[in-house]
Ligand binder design. Sequence first.
Ligand code: LLP
Length: 461
Amino acid sequence: MRAHEAGALHADIGHRGPGWLRTPEDVNALMPLLWPRTVTRGDAGALTVGGLDVREIAEEYGTPAYILDEADFRARCRDFRAAFDDCDVYYAGKAFLCRAVVGIIAEEGLFLDVCSGGELAVALTAGFPPERLGFHGNNKSVAELTRAVEAGVGRIIVDSFHEIDRLTAIARERGVRPGVLIRVTVGVEAHTHEYIATAHEDQKFGFSLAGGAALAAALKIIDEDVLDLRGLHSHIGSQIFDTGGFEVSARRVLGLQSQIRDARGVELPELDLGGGFGIAYTSQDDPAEPGDLAKRIRKIVEDECEADRLTMPRLSIEPGRAIVGPAVFTLYEVGTVKDVDGIRSYVSVDGGMSDNIRTALYDASYSCTVAGRASAAGPMLARVVGKHCEAGDIVVKDEFLPADVQPGDLLAVPGTGAYCRSMASNYNHVPRPPVVAVAEGTARLVVRRETEDDLLALDMG
Ligand code: LLP
């Protein structure tokens, strides 16, 4: 019997609340909120996704691998489009971007937010219509801005006075009038991890509302009349559940809209409230549905506009995580199981912090299940760790796995579509995993696995 089979101590996972302890049947259960929509545990006990058995996928593509459920991804694009039908939905490419994803985003009628020359290149080489692109970043280079202007990117979200000057010079030289939004720091303390909150005053993004920089930026752009000021932009942070933050942000940014109107008689036609909508990583998370979010956001904007006698601007949002996060799971193979007496079992998988840095970086919580079979064994408290030379190399801090988990088992971690492949590294010279898209019984490689040759290709000897 292993250290933490059924009935053993679970004090250290008290944060998950009472009643969380799983029964033996539960170790095989899949909580629908956490998994891509086509994932089920098939008759043989193994998970299937898009009609394919994960054992076959692992056989063909190896592990670790990110598995993208294409139907789920498309469904989430459609859910947002339907909920925000009178708004523009920009998919935030930083969550995960590759050319296949760009193609799907285009087919599903979404817009696309990019935040670097690299992401812009992926979008443009995939043939995404440039006028449907938004370009973000607090320190875009002159080369990046030039490329965006020359490509005809629909809107550039300006983030500093230096950038306004650079963009003005580029536009003047070329005799064009690029569309811009102003990134406004609205002073909201979003309830999320410090590193992913972006609207409190003391941080690098945007123009401060309270300090007057945002108004000054707007007046400067209007007065110089080289750039086409389309509207204001606010993004308060990421993995946010409390919609109150969006409401405060909308209210404040519309207050600025009124100030601009009062100062120059101009009503900016667009308003972007950013992304940041939270998703469920564990049974403790309870995210809002896109329909609810849309209703609340629309109402607050309508009320504010009415109170200030403003014309309703065209709204846009920029969800990344909420679209791609739940559409992907990572498939690993278990390599070792180690009982650490009196504490927990350590289950090592063939990836780790190089394919998912979020646990180490943000203290993020994940869940997981044995994917290649169902088990009749009781639950065992486990910590899933990677293969890297670092004690903080944790993928799943706490999970009940079947007590008979063993080397060779496949292990699936849901909710890894956002900020996992896009933040993957080569720490310890571990090659980055592939992304396999599955739809209707067919798998296709959309990002191939890195090889040692890829790693050595940059090493000049
Ligand atoms: N718009 C802007 C301006 C952003 O900065 C971001 C995310 C988004 C939209 C999309 O946010 P989402 O809907 O995906 O939450 N690496 C962190 C998240 C960083 C988010 C950066 N900006 C993480 O793994 O949690």
